[in-house]
Design a protein around this ligand. Structure first.
Ligand code: NAP
Length: 489
């Protein structure tokens, strides 16, 4: 049976206690876990070619998996050579020997997610590949496709017996997980009919980024930071997800989702949860997910501004009178002892003046003892995630040669410190799936809670204001500024 909790739990409980868990992908995968069959559901898609196949290539090249096979499936009648060729330009520094290994262990099957019979063909290919490549039965099913298909594929995998037999079976679901609370609940329910939560890995690829994994470590291993990390010292928190690109031909997808569902519901609420959570009992596995879930359960929505860039309605795949937001700014509050009264501002948008993902904690001001020229702002702690990761502390210091004049001075630790081995997020995430370690993945209750927050935001009916491409967003962003916010980007 696929729902074999004992078999699955045995490996996981041991690994959740691994104290090295947050080191982000440089460890060796344990023996017994180093063979795996990847079944990529949606193998002709953008994600498979850009991220998944390159990530598997690097796991093989870095000797993180010894024995493997890949079966790609989608409807298009392509060859396995075409599937691999599409991905080759996205692999960094190809080693010819590793690429040959990949070619020798890859298969493609034209399959329709909705045709039960196709899964029997897939099972035959999977069984043959397991035997040919000396695989023990461990299988990763990667759902690299839209959430509309998740329930059907899950049921068909179960009914065809693909997840039965020796070894473990783990199911990886891409984001977005559903399109609203009702659909997320429905998908969770249908997964739970056939598989245990320990077999389920819901992707938020931001959690695979080194600097994001580092956030909890920075907070909870440094005495210099943790005492400041609360309402007594922090005046406000900003989380920015700014993109200079537009929707890049993804109009059909984007127009149904918009900025709130595309990035706020997942990446930004996960960053908020990691920033605001209490210290977990241990910086591992389900302890972190418990604390993140508590934050998401305590969010109050105060205000929202929505925008749409000028020219969006002319994009391919966008409906003529679409009111989908390509920009949003949201004011939230975490209603607990640590954060009560501290505004959390989230700002996200397409076609803005720059690309940046970052978290900014603005500290409260100290009483100014200078006779004049007191600073108009206060200290900041900044964590930058993209385009370059860094951790910075902004302090005031004397202007050289001037007795009583001060300027802000930034102490910044940048990328090399955080990413000694800069594995791509998807490589780290696949490695964690193979280990059975779930803390970089989103639990069923976290997903449902974040969709509840989306519902609360959607209840606030506001206009969608137009903004100029290349700008900082709509002028009406001022509607939030009455709350004294100074945007950091
Ligand atoms: N692209 C990225 O960089 C990225 C980043 C983060 C998250 N994601 C998420 O990952 C998921 C996949 O994204 P994507 O960009 O790869 O999408 P995509 O390019 O539209 O690919 C979807 C895949 O699903 C297959 N498919 C659709 N209907 C099918 C059916 N009935 N039977 C069998 N196969 C079917 C398509 O193949 P055929 O048409 O050949 O059947 C294609 O291989 C999405 O949920 C997306 O939001 C993508």
């Amino acid at each position: 049976m696929a729902k074999s909790k004992d078999r699955i739990d045995a490996g996981i409980k041991k690994e959740n206690k691994n104290p090295n868990r947050f080191k982000g992908g440089v460890s060796q995968i344990k023996m017994g876990n180093n063979d795996v069959l990847f079944i990529l559901l949606g193998a002709t898609g953008d994600l498979t070619k850009r991220k998944l196949l390159p990530a598997i290539y690097h796991l093989v090249n870095d000797h993180k998996i010894a024995h493997f096979a890949i079966i790609g499936v989608a409807r298009s009648p392509i060859s396995v050579g075409e599937m691999l060729a599409a991905s080759k330009p996205f692999v960094k520094e190809i080693n010819a020997h590793t690429w040959k290994k990949l070619e020798a262990a890859s298969y493609y099957l034209s399959l329709d997610f909705y045709h039960q019979n196709d899964y029997h063909h897939l099972k035959k290919i999977a069984d043959d590949a397991r035997s040919k490549h000396h695989l023990s039965g461990n299988t990763v099913f990667y759902f690299s496709t839209l959430p509309d298909h998740f329930e059907t594929i899950t049921k068909n995998i179960h009914n065809s017996g693909l997840a039965e037999g020796k070894g473990w079976s783990r199911l990886v679901y891409e984001k977005p997980f559903g399109s609203d609370l009702a659909s997320a609940r429905r998908i969770n329910k249908s997964i739970a009919r056939f598989f245990t939560e320990e077999q389920v890995f819901r992707i938020d690829h931001y959690l695979g980024k080194d600097i994001v994994g580092n956030l909890a470590l920075l907070r909870f291993t440094n005495r210099a930071l943790e005492p400041l990390w609360n309402r007594n010292h922090i005046e406000s928190v900003q989380i920015l997800f700014l993109e200079s690109l537009g929707i890049e031909g993804r109009g059909n997808f984007y127009d149904k989702y918009g900025a709130l569902k595309d990035v706020v519901q997942n990446h930004m609420l996960q960053l908020l949860a990691l920033t605001a959570m209490e210290a977990p009992r241990q910086l591992t596995g389900h302890y972190i997910r418990d604390e993140k879930a508590k934050v998401l359960n305590n969010i109050i929505v105060h205000n929202v501004v929505r925008g749409q860039y000028d020219g969006y309605l002319q994009e391919k795949g966008v409906s003529e009178h679409s009111s989908t937001e390509t920009f949003t700014a949201v004011h939230l509050e975490v209603n607990n002892k640590r954060w009560k009264g501290v505004p959390f501002y989230l700002k996200a948008g397409k076609k803005l003046d720059k690309k940046e993902t970052s978290i900014h904690l603005r500290l409260k001001s100290v009483p100014c003892l200078l006779p004049e020229n007191c600073p108009t702002d206060s200290n900041h702690i900044t964590i930058k995630i993209e385009p370059h990761s860094s951790f910075a502390l902004e302090l005031f210091a004397r202007v050289p040669g001037k007795t009583l004049e001060i300027i802000p001075m930034t102490m910044e630790f940048s990328q090399p410190i955080f990413t000694l081995k800069s594995a791509e997020a998807y490589e780290i995430l696949l490695e964690e799936v193979i280990k059975g370690e779930q803390s970089l993945f989103v639990r069923n209750d976290e997903i449902e809670q974040s969709w509840k927050i989306m519902e609360a935001i959607e209840k606030i009916k506001t206009k969608v204001y137009t903004y100029a491409p290349g700008s900082k967003g709509p002028q009406e962003l001022k509607l939030l500024e009455k709350e004294h916010i100074k945007w950091r980007g």
